[in-house]
Ligand binder design. Structure first.
Ligand code: SF4
Ligand code: SF4
Length: 743
């Protein structure tokens, strides 16, 4: 498109008082030769927006740089169709964080305007990506338990057709083995009404149910998944828009528990899951002889919240134990029932069930480490009651029930990537690998993904598949595939039903955005996508390896094969590519390079060093805005450039900056490691690794490695940002002028 640039400078919100607007306008008109440059005292007002619209309609303006507030606010007001737009943040990140009327403040604003103009000059209008073939609006649900069936029904209520795949010959999952349940609002114990749900699912014309079946292959991406389902030796094919994985959980293996919990020492020591199985007949009896039970102890947290077993809380065992204890009381009101617990975790209205159990005469004993001993046919539990401060002996027990926890099915079967990583640690691996129960499908075979990164859904710590536990529940690291229910995290009935609805909503959102050619979370609605200038590709594989979402497959010659409906538009591939051949219409190595070049670097004798701050726009940029909103002042030598993700940082920007005379480079990204906060999973970690190579090179050349630094920042760290920027500026000042200038 033929561009006509227009620059708009807002003088409201204190901008006009802090800056020389006439001088700033000259940057646009004299230096930048912008044909249109206008000021307005309140650009986001109806009148201000009309001013811009008028230029678009009557002057042919189509390339706009709007110098005003941060792009994180007023995005609806400054949204102009078919125009290239950049927001130049001279409010939060200039006048609200710098001294008004100061020469350095003016220089900062002028640099930001230059950078914004350079950016729009190099940007192009995005065109949505349309994959070949029709976008499917059908949802595949894997797992026919409570969560899977609820997800399937919820999807049909929203108008989608569903393919439901269950590995067992019947629907129901674990909940199918349960006679009595308790759920919101936890007023007591009820009959399990799962059968009604199963009927609703099987009678729903929009749900195609496959039982005794498994997913044999998943090819493609959101909107265009081609899924093969095998059932009784036959194969069915479906085109699918998005996938909900509700494959459930397995109980922790009680044989691994500490011997002092007594499992295996007597048949009368059972687990909470075994309790449900034996209660199927409608009555709970002593396992060893089938007689009535009159003395029972429940031991909570058996192998849970325990670093040697499951380090986490399975969240439902306390409520389940209360339900089971009340069931015994209902069967025999005279029974002595003891509940030995570390903490009773009964959040919300589940507290009512706890109170009911107390009213029914169940004895609660708080003890961290009870011990079970077999005594002839009976059992004894020794516990140190923390509240009474004395030892308690529970004798002549008919049965002890251990609250063992939930293990997601994705924990079974080593995934391929892991296998590769751990080849060298073969012995250790064998020790650690969980034995796969006979009826469990290996993680890598749950969906059988045909992805370059391997067939499994990647998992987090403790093997739950989730891509960002803080911000994006349900998301996995494979776009268009959402996890729900106990495969995502331990949960009870009510939460699993909510989870099912949440995951289906995400699946529908994904299909809708894919059909518009737009990105899903976290860049929802972004119409750009990575474009590869393949003629210059050297098949180095960096993009295919580093893409956090497995969005780039490879052919036999190692040519990247982008699967663009899987792409989250993070730009990590762009940062990885040494040939710099991956670009987005509004974000590229060239665009950021042009912005860096636009920064004016004063002569050495002016003693005004320049510091480039490459900032993750998801957290760190927001934190910088927060510092401005709180009128916190920081060093005026910094020049901030927001990046989609720090993982999109290409090392050439560091080289270009140093060559231009920029004195220091600071990367502000998200925390990485086990509790990472990076919206694109490993982007900030990759940036840190890339930067460490620059530092190493500088060290090797006996040059100042202090010039480049990575800092992890979260949005709540805004109050430490000014100190951090000031301290880095001091370091750069001490290191002295940049010796790389013009090299
Ligand atoms: S690295 Fe990011 S931008 Fe590149 S293909 Fe993967 S998801 Fe898309
Ligand atoms: S990183 Fe660049 S050069 Fe390497 S394979 Fe990918 S596109 Fe080709």
């Amino acid at each position: 498109m033929e561009k006509k640039t227009a620059i708009y400078i807002c003088t409201g919100c204190g901008i006009g008082d802090a800056l020389n607007i006439e001088q700033l306008s000259k940057v646009a008109t004299d230096e930048g030769s912008a044909p249109i440059c206008r000021n307005h005292p309140n650009l986001c007002s109806q009148e201000g927006v009309e001013l811009i619209k008028n230029d678009i309609a009557n002057e042919g303006a189509n390339t706009l740089a709007i110098a005003a507030c941060s792009h994180r606010v007023m995005y609806d007001a400054f949204n102009f169709e078919n125009c290239i737009v950049d927001r130049v943040n001279i409010r939060e990140q200039v006048v609200w964080c710098q001294k008004p009327g100061d020469e350095d403040t003016q220089m900062m604003a002028e640099d930001y305007l230059r950078m914004g103009m350079a950016k729009v000059e190099n940007m192009e209008l995005p065109e949505p990506f349309k994959p070949e073939g029709e976008i499917s609006r059908d949802i595949l649900v894997v797992g026919g338990g409570l969560t899977g069936m609820t997800a399937a029904l919820d999807a049909t209520k929203a108008g989608c057709s569903v393919v439901l795949v269950e590995k067992e010959p019947q629907l129901g999952g674990f909940q199918g083995n349960v006679q009595k349940t308790t759920s919101f609002p936890y007023q007591g114990v009820q009959d399990n009404d799962l059968e009604e749900l199963i009927q609703e699912v099987t009678q729903n014309e929009k749900i195609k149910v496959y039982t005794g079946a498994k997913v044999d292959k998943t090819v493609g991406g959101p909107g265009i998944f081609e899924v093969s389902i095998s059932q009784n030796g036959t194969m069915a094919e479906h085109r699918i828009g998005a996938i909900v994985l509700a494959a459930g959980w397995q109980p922790y293996d009680p044989n691994k528990l500490d011997q002092k919990l007594g499992f295996g020492a007597s048949p009368n020591v059972i687990t909470n899951v075994m309790f449900e199985e034996s209660f199927k007949e409608g009555k709970i009896t002593k396992p060893s002889d089938g007689k009535n039970v009159t003395n029972v102890a429940f031991l909570q947290c058996a192998g849970q919240r325990d670093s040697d077993h499951l380090p986490y809380c399975s969240s439902v065992c306390c409520i389940t134990a209360l339900k089971q204890a009340l069931t015994i009381k209902a069967q025999n009101p005279e029974a002595n029932v003891f509940m030995v617990y570390k903490e009773m975790r009964t959040p919300g209205q589940a507290e009512d069930l706890y109170c009911k159990a107390q009213e029914e005469g169940i004895n609660f004993i708080r003890c961290q480490s009870p011990e079970v001993k077999a005594n002839g046919d009976g059992l004894v539990v020794e516990a140190e009651d923390e509240l009474l401060g004395e030892a308690v002996l529970m004798e002549d027990l008919d049965m002890v029930v251990l609250a063992t926890g939930m293990v997601p099915v994705t924990a079974f079967g080593m995934d391929i990537t892991q296998e590769e990583k751990e080849k060298e640690e073969e012995e250790k691996k064998e020790e650690e690998e969980l034995e796969i129960p006979p009826d469990v499908i290996r993680r890598s075979e749950l969906l059988n993904l045909e992805y370059r990164q391997g067939p499994e859904l990647p998992a987090l710590r403790y093997d739950f598949p989730d891509s960002h536990f803080i911000c994006f529940p349900y998301e996995s690291r494979r776009t268009g595939i959402y996890a729900a229910g106990c495969v995502r995290r331990p949960m009870g009935i009510a939460t699993a039903q909510e989870d099912a609805a949440g995951a289906v909503m995400k699946a529908i959102q994904c299909i809708e955005l894919t059909s518009q050619g737009a990105a899903v979370h976290p860049r929802a609605g972004d119409l750009t996508f990575p474009e590869f200038a393949m003629q210059r590709c050297t098949q180095c594989k960096r993009c295919t390896v580093e893409c956090p979402f497995g969005a780039i497959n490879e052919d036999e010659e190692a040519n990247p094969l982008p699967q663009l409906t899987r792409c989250r538009r993070c730009g990590v591939c762009m940062g990885a590519c040494p040939e710099r051949i991956i670009t987005f219409k509004n974000y590229s190595v060239q665009i950021i390079g042009a912005m860096i070049k636009a920064i004016e670097v004063p002569e050495e004798d002016e003693e005004k060093p320049r510091i480039l701050v490459l900032v993750c726009e998801n957290d760190a940029y927001a934190a910088l805005d927060m510092a401005g909103i709180n009128r916190m002042k920081y060093n005026a030598w910094v020049r901030v450039i927001p990046l989609r993700c720090l993982g999109s940082m290409n090392l050439v920007w560091i080289a270009d900056s140093l060559a231009k005379g920029i004195d220091g480079i600071l990367l502000l990204g998200c925390k990485h490691g086990d509790d990472y906060q990076c919206h694109f999973i490993k982007g900030s970690e990759l940036a840190d690794i890339r930067l460490s190579k620059v530092s190493e090179t500088l060290e090797r050349l006996v040059l100042e490695s202090e010039r480049v630094r990575f800092e992890a920042i979260s949005i709540i760290d805004y109050d430490r940002l000014p100190g951090l920027l000031d301290e880095f500026a001091e370091t750069i000042d001490e290191v002295g002028p940049n010796p790389f200038k013009d090299l």
